[in-house]
Unconditional design. Structure first.
Length: 288
C-alpha cells in the first residue's frame, strides 16, 4: 500500500474523547484537540457526529460497553470528506499550457440529450444529475463515508462526426451531448439503479434516464479555457498545435469539465477544461 493510501486510511475516522465524568480521568486536562482541515487526501467534515451513552451502540457494535465501563461521557467523530478534485488532481487541474496525461478509468453517472445547451431539456438533465449525485452521497454519508459531489462534465458531438469539434459548425439545436458527474471508486454503480427503484418523492422520468457507467478515457490531452464558451475555438487551436507538434491525434469526443457554475457565473470569468482522448501518430519509417 502506498504512503498516501496509508495516510488516507489512517485519517478516515477521527474519534476525539473529550472527558470522562468521574474517577482517575476526571482530573485529566480536557483541552480540545483541533484537527487540521486536511491531511493528504483526507478532508475533515465541517461538523462532528456526537456519540453519547444513548446512541453509542448505533455507532459501534460489540465494543460500546468498554467505553461505558470507564464512565464514558461522549466522543466526537469527524468523518472523511472525500474530495475528488484532490484525489484526481491531474484530471481536474489543467493549465493554460496543454498537457498529456493518463486520464484512465472512472465511474460516472451520465445522461444523454440533444439540442441547445442551456435549453429546458439541458437544464432539467443537469438538475437530475445533481439530484442523483446528492442522493447517492446521502446514502454513503449515513454509512460514515462522505464525499464531495464532483464537477459537471460534458461530451459533445454531431450526428455526422463522433470525434473532434465539427459539431461547432452546425446549429446548436443539432448538438448531441452526454452530461456526466464522476463518482468515487468506492461507490457501486448498482447504487444508481437502487436510487431509481426506491421511488423517491422527487424522482422524475429524467432521473430514471440516468445511467451508471464505467468510462475509460485512456491517454488524454487537456487545456484550461478561460472566458465564454463562444471563444473556445482559440483555446482549441492552441491544443491542436500542441498535439500536432508532439505527434498525437484526437480519437475521442470533445470533452469539457466545468470548473465554474455556468448557470450563475459571469461568462468572462468561466473556467472550463477542454479535453480529448488522444493517441500517438504512427511512426513512418525513414522519418526518424
Amino acid at each position: 500500500m502506498s504512503m498516501s493510501k496509508k495516510l488516507l486510511s489512517g485519517f478516515v475516522s477521527f474519534l476525539i474523547i473529550y472527558a470522562f465524568s468521574q474517577g482517575t480521568f476526571a482530573e485529566m486536562d480536557t483541552d480540545i484537540i483541533k484537527l487540521p482541515k486536511s491531511v493528504g487526501f483526507w478532508i475533515r467534515s465541517d461538523s462532528p457526529r456526537v456519540i453519547t451513552s444513548e446512541n453509542i451502540y448505533d455507532y459501534m457494535n460489540g465494543a460500546g460497553e468498554l467505553y461505558l465501563g470507564y464512565r464514558f461521557h461522549h466522543l466526537e467523530v469527524f468523518m472523511d470528506n472525500f474530495n475528488l478534485t484532490k484525489v484526481y488532481k491531474e484530471y481536474y487541474s489543467a493549465r493554460l499550457k496543454p498537457s498529456i496525461f493518463p486520464a484512465g478509468e472512472g465511474k460516472f453517472i451520465t445522461v444523454i440529450g440533444r439540442g441547445e445547451p442551456g435549453g429546458d431539456d439541458f437544464q432539467e438533465k443537469v438538475s437530475a444529475l445533481y439530484q442523483m449525485g446528492y442522493g447517492i452521497r446521502a446514502k454513503y454519508k449515513d454509512e460514515g463515508r462522505i464525499f464531495t459531489v464532483a464537477k459537471l462534465e460534458g461530451f459533445w458531438w454531431s450526428d455526422n462526426d463522433d470525434e473532434g469539434e465539427a459539431f461547432l459548425t452546425i446549429p446548436r439545436s443539432e448538438w448531441n451531448w452526454k452530461l456526466l458527474i464522476r463518482l468515487p471508486d468506492f461507490v457501486s454503480l448498482a447504487d444508481v439503479e437502487s436510487f431509481k427503484k426506491q421511488g423517491h418523492q422527487k424522482t422524475t422520468p429524467t432521473v430514471q434516464a440516468i445511467e451508471g457507467e464505467l468510462i475509460d478515457q485512456g491517454t488524454s490531452a487537456h487545456i484550461l479555457h478561460k472566458g465564454p464558451f463562444s471563444e473556445e475555438s482559440k483555446t482549441l487551436d492552441v491544443l491542436d498545435h500542441f498535439l500536432e507538434t508532439n505527434d498525437f491525434k484526437k480519437i475521442g469526443r470533445h470533452h469539457e469539465i466545468y470548473l465554474s457554475d455556468f448557470r450563475r457565473a459571469d461568462p468572462e470569468k468561466l473556467k472550463t477544461i477542454l479535453m480529448y482522448q488522444v493517441q500517438p501518430l504512427p511512426r513512418i519509417e525513414g522519418n526518424e
